[in-house]
Design a protein around this ligand. Structure first.
Ligand code: PMP
Length: 451
């Protein structure tokens, strides 16, 4: 279609991908879903090329994992170096320095000037599970509070903590006990006629009522909050709400956990999104972009809390593997070298400018929102009723795929398009990706009404 970077030469799937897809359907259960029906051959920066030679601009970044870019050269060099030395002694068998160094660097980077420590695991869900274990051990309490529309993972505990019944929870119960779900602001869907300020007070009051009506604060070990909801639809809460909840945690001796698994490592223009809210969390969970695609996760936080569990009570065979630690250190160097926090903020500005234009142009766009480069468009059938428009989102994503742009949906009603492009994307690639997105909306919007 005459793009400079995106280049889809075949129908999707192309012939080689089609053969692999047939095998996939035979040997891999359908329970693990796939966005775009093709298979990767290689990737670099913000571009992915599939087995049939089609090239795509990547606005998904492995769901927020590739902020420093695919096959980032610093990461690749660190991994090669590590593989030649040793792959895995097991940190609890024989230790390695990269684990310690990464723990030191992340402890110093995390907000707050108190003493901090960090411990590493494999996946985001595992980090959240362990944040809960650590908080329970420290407080000797059991209750865990999460928020409506939140996402924390697919293990029993984190699935319990997660919203969106289908596909995450339906027929997978019974769930873990002592998990309570509190309200979270959703500015776009605040009651008609209520001012922003009144709504902020209202939701915080609802949280206070929740501590009376649903669970006693003195039985709560942890409140786990995404500073910006990811899977829930890139919903940015008010500063007042985040600060109010953090303050209540402080008053009641509750461990406040910021789940930064999707928001961390420059996505919002800061290392941690919670920094935008001037809140210092007790614990932070990290994963995804911390290691550019190598499976590793972590909990960072107050030493007095982190250091309570006894030897052997935390960990796992692969926890904090050397490849993950080395990659994590290379990621931190890359961030500094390329000023990726500033780049995240700049990308966010460009994306939001275009998204605001989309809102002007297309009636199906109900809301555009974001923090830094964590930006989203919410699609509706009607701007007055705000009825979610899931169908148009899936049509736009397919259209964009066929033109060479990879996109992700989000939201309880799957009616949100979110962008998580690598932050090393060039200005030209970003422009082209946004143009493809606009063309895809045009192609799929019957009710297109330029104003
Ligand atoms: N927390 C948040 C905020 C997430 O976005 C995710 C993954 N989307 C997780 C936890 C779970 O991470 P993982 O898939 O690595 O278990």
């Amino acid at each position: 279609m005459g793009y400079s970077f995106a280049n889809v030469k075949t129908a999707l799937p192309g012939p080689k991908a089609k053969a692999l897809l047939e095998k996939r359907q035979t040997y891999v259960p359908k329970g693990v879903s796939n966005g775009i029906p093709t298979f990767i051959d290689h990737a670099s920066g913000a571009l992915l090329t599939d087995v049939d030679g089609n090239t795509f601009i990547d606005f998904a970044g492995a769901i927020g994992t590739i902020n420093v870019g695919h096959c980032n050269p610093d990461v690749v060099a660190a991994l090669h170096d590590q593989i030649d030395k040793y792959i895995h002694p097991g940190f609890n068998v024989m230790m390695y320095d990269s684990y310690i160094e990464l723990a030191e660097r992340l402890s110093k980077l995390a907000p707050g000037d108190h003493d901090k420590q960090a411990i590493f695991f494999n996946s985001g869900a595992e980090a959240v599970e362990n944040a809960v274990k650590i908080a329970r051990k420290y407080t000797k309490r059991q209750g865990v509070v999460v928020f409506s529309r939140g996402y924390h993972g697919r293990t029993l505990m984190t699935m319990t903590m997660t919203s969106k019944v289908r596909p995450y929870k339906f027929e997978f119960g019974p769930f873990a006990p002592e998990v309570y779900k509190a309200p979270y602001p959703y500015e776009y869907r605040r009651p008609e006629g209520m001012s922003q300020e009144a709504y902020d007070d209202y939701v915080l009051n609802e949280f206070k009522t929740f501590l009376v009506g649903d669970v006693a604060p003195e039985t709560i070990a942890a409140v786990v909050m995404e500073p910006v909801q990811g899977e829930g639809g890139f919903i940015v809460p008010s500063k007042k709400f985040v600060q109010g909840v953090a303050q209540l945690c402080k008053e009641h001796g509750i461990v406040f956990v910021a789940d930064e698994i999707q928001t961390g490592f420059c996505r919002t223009g800061k290392y941690f999104a919670i920094e935008h809210f001037d809140v210092v969390p007790d614990l932070i969970t990290v994963s995804k972009s911390m290691a550019a695609g190598v499976p590793i996760s972590g909990v960072i936080g107050r030493k007095e809390i982190m250091n309570v569990a006894n030897p052997g009570e935390l960990g796992g065979t692969y926890s904090g593997c050397p490849l993950g630690c080395r990659s994590g250190l290379a990621v931190l160097e890359t961030i500094e070298k390329h000023g990726l926090n500033e780049r995240g903020a700049a990308i966010g500005q460009k994306v939001m400018e275009r998204f605001h234009q989309f809102k002007e142009k297309f009636d199906v766009v109900g809301d555009v929102r974001g923090l830094g480069a964590m930006c989203a468009i919410e699609f509706v059938k009607d701007r007055t009723t705000k009825e979610p428009n899931k169908e148009i989102v899936s049509a736009i994503i397919q259209e964009a795929n066929s033109r060479g742009l990879i996109l992700l949906s989000a939201g309880l009603f799957s009616n949100v398009i979110r962008v998580l492009m690598p932050l090393v994307i060039t200005d030209e690639q970003l422009e082209e990706g946004l143009t493809i997105l606009e063309e895809s909306i045009v192609a799929q919007t019957a009710s297109l009404q330029p104003k």
